[in-house]
Design a protein around this ligand. Structure first.
Ligand SMILES: Cc1cc2nc3c(=O)[nH]c(=O)nc-3n(C[C@H](O)[C@H](O)[C@H](O)COP(=O)(O)OP(=O)(O)OC[C@H]3O[C@@H](n4cnc5c(N)ncnc54)[C@H](O)[C@@H]3O)c2cc1C
Length: 658
């Protein structure tokens, strides 16, 4: 059947029409081969615009449709639906981007109009050769996996579970809560730990949530709707069903009070058998395999009798079990949410501040622990390693953020607010101590943030514009050398303690999961969303979503909001029971394929494999994402990507260059 193409040129208000003569482009298009009708209109995406296309499909029995307007990211779905409604296969629709790729990037109307004509000619030539493609659907396993048990993972898991679906929540640490559990207070002066642990407790008790703490995802296979996930459960060497968290094992441990305590940001010491913090959930002890003498050296020197090592002997419930082994469990899930969080910036990368050299220089996370009632000092602010309360505390903003030299150009978004909070907490706990904040800019964008910043200043917190260039010791005091950018002079300020407002970096622990799920990263190293504005929780891997700070720095309210958004996106396939599969996929011509495997190596989605006995490659169309890498890699030209065949592409180029 001869092609009958309808071409529609959009003005997009003046977005296109100010630079491109849309009417002239329509007149030009009308004369192109196979074009039956060509029109221009103010807004093609509007209801009347769509109705115009539908009417033409009916009147002229069109076989294909071309719209020249904005980026396909904006309205490809809209126009495909228009074509489909009138019985034209949606893949026999094609778009020419004459806005982002033409009117927005050119100033000269004559040149831009000429370029628009060439773009339209190319797309029409391609449209003539387009073939109908079939959209397919697969059944969806009604369960979700959430990786990361911080506040983001907890909120996402709870929302999905509350909607009635099974959720597996995998957390690599022995307990839930993530970084929020380490925080003393929120800027609303609520107990941050209590808030997150309330959610952890709800997750542990929820009949639809299976918490797999002290576990990591080691393999992911499958595709949206049907992922098979392997999880490795580390041995705790303690039976959680028997452990009552009485703590007698830790008291008996020969290393009691000697192992650096991660929860206290290294400021405290614990035993080699430990509960991460007094309120930690699940409420069970865990043996630290990196320090336990029995596990490291094969012998615990206090192990004398038959009762086993002292920790085991001390346990009234006989819960300590050094015979435990790692276990692997396989989970079937339909969707996956990644919530692997962030790492605080390592302040040792700013040696000029003396962190690690001067005990009085601490990170903001250490300050959180110092101020916390369950912290290493019971909530007394003292200079670490001494019993001395500071008389003057200096806070430095943007440590590891907005720093081109370090490669962290982004703003960490939470440091301005948490510094105002910490300075206020200092004034509460030590009313006679002075607090000075050194800043570049103050960005308190969060709701109520500006008011909180004003209150901090009203409470006597002093803000000085300028970031210190170095810190050194004078006697037992610290001296900050600062370029005060308001006074325009270099000043030296003495303090007893300096708090570094460390920024947020992508979590190293999240790398393996990101790698298994083939997630991309943005320039700042955080996990990349499919589109920063329109698809902020989706990834380019269908069925995989992002929640919380793994996607970029965020405070708790934004983390929770994004986690809820990720849960609702993950729920769409679960509640539909079906997931759409990409129609634009690659196909292999077995007559041409030599089975060399280069395509398999180029495929990021594991969609290609060598047929066991035919000696040629095969494609799993459900895994294929239509990226076309295999078609480019194939030296025999045996692979064709639907909708982007070589013939179509060459026809497009010929028409554009004619
Ligand atoms: C010093 C400081 C003070 C702050 N104060 C405030 C404040 O007052 N108010 C506020 O709103 N925000 C504050 N924040 C920010 C706040 O900490 C974050 O917004 C919040 O913790 C982000 O939660 P999350 O779940 O995204 O990440 P995280 O808390 O980092 O949780 C991620 C979880 O994923 C787990 N995980 C990582 N990799 C894997 C893996 N491969 N498999 C399984 N699990 C994995 C981690 O163990 C962790 O439990 C502060 C931050 C800092 C550094």
């Amino acid at each position: 059947m001869a092609s009958r193409i309808g071409v529609y040129i959009c003005h997009c208000g003046i977005n296109i029409a100010a630079t491109v003569d849309s009417e002239d482009v329509a007149r030009y298009a009308a004369r192109l081969p196979h074009v039956t009708v060509a029109r221009d209109y103010m807004y093609m995406c509007s209801d009347p615009g769509q109705e115009m296309i539908k009417q033409d499909i009916r009147d002229y029995d069109l076989t294909g449709v071309v719209v020249a307007s904005c980026s396909p990211r904006m309205h490809e779905v809209t126009f495909r639906a228009v074509a489909q409604e009138e019985g034209v296969n949606p893949y026999q629709f094609e778009m020419a981007n004459i806005r982002e790729q033409c009117s927005w990037v050119h100033a000269d109307r004559t040149i831009a109009t000429q370029k628009a004509k060439e773009l339209v000619a190319g797309v029409v030539a391609k449209a003539v050769l387009l073939e109908p493609l079939e959209e397919r659907e697969v059944d969806v396993t009604p369960a979700a996996l959430v990786i990361g048990g911080g506040i983001a993972g907890l909120e996402a898991a709870l929302d999905i579970a509350d909607a009635g679906y099974q959720v597996y929540l995998v957390e690599r640490q022995p307990s839930l809560g993530g970084r929020m559990a380490q925080l003393n207070k929120t800027p609303r002066m609520e107990d941050a730990g209590a808030l997150v642990l309330g959610e952890a407790s709800r997750a542990l008790e929820h009949p639809q949530v299976t918490v797999l703490a002290y576990s990591e995802v080691t393999n992911v296979e499958g595709y949206v709707g049907n992922f098979q996930v392997t999880v490795r459960r580390q041995p705790r060497y303690v039976d959680p069903a028997r452990c009552t968290a009485c703590g007698q094992c830790a008291e008996a441990c020969v290393l009691a009070g000697q192992v650096p305590d991660e929860f206290q940001a290294g400021l405290g010491r614990r035993a080699a058998i430990y509960r991460p913090f007094p309120r930690a959930l699940p409420a069970t002890y865990t043996v630290d395999p990196a320090h336990c003498r029995l596990l490291v050296a094969g012998v615990c020197e206090s192990h004398t009798g038959d009762d086993g090592p002292p920790c085991a002997a001390a346990c009234p419930e006989r819960a300590v079990d050094f015979g435990q082994q790692a276990e692997e469990v396989t989970l079937d899930v339909g969707t996956i949410i990644v919530a692997t969080g962030y790492d605080p910036f390592n302040a040792q990368r700013k040696p000029e501040f003396g962190y690690g050299r001067y005990p009085g220089v601490v990170t903001a996370l250490e300050f959180e622990r110092l101020a916390a009632p369950d912290g290493p000092t019971g909530g007394r602010i003292v200079i670490p390693g001494t019993d001395r309360e500071p008389q003057h505390v200096a806070f430095i903003h943007c440590v590891g953020s907005r720093d081109k030299q370090l490669g962290n150009e982004y703003c960490s978004r939470v440091c301005c607010m948490y510094t105002a909070k910490q300075a206020t907490v200092l004034r509460d706990l030590l009313p006679d101590a002075r607090a000075t904040v050194f800043y570049m800019d103050v960005r308190t964008f969060t709701k109520g943030g500006e008011e909180f910043y004003d209150q901090a200043r009203a409470r006597g917190v002093r803000y000085r514009r300028g970031n210190p260039s170095e810190i050194y010791k004078r006697g037992d005091r610290l001296v900050l050398r600062v370029e005060d950018t308001l006074l325009r002079q270099t000043v030296e300020v003495e303090a007893d303690m300096v708090v570094l407002a460390v920024g947020l970096e992508p979590s190293a622990a999240g790398d393996p999961a990101a790698h298994l799920l083939k997630l991309a990263r943005t320039g700042d190293g955080f996990l990349a969303e499919a589109h920063p504005k329109m698809r902020p929780v989706d990834t380019t891997s269908a069925g995989v979503f992002l929640a919380g700070t793994c996607q970029g720095p965020k405070d708790i309210p934004d983390t929770v909001a994004q986690a809820k958004a990720a849960a609702s996106s993950a729920l769409i396939p679960l509640s539909r029971g079906k997931a759409r599969i990409e129609a634009i996929v690659s196909a292999i011509d077995p007559e041409l394929c030599a089975g060399c495997g280069l395509c398999e190596a180029s495929c990021a989605y594991n969609a290609l494999s060598l047929h066991p006995w035919r000696g040629v490659m095969t494609i799993n169309p459900v895994l294929c994402k239509g990226c076309g890498a295999c078609a480019v890699a194939c030296p025999s030209k045996a692979i064709t990507l639907g909708h982007f065949t070589q013939k179509q592409t060459l026809a497009m180029l010929d028409a554009m260059l004619a």
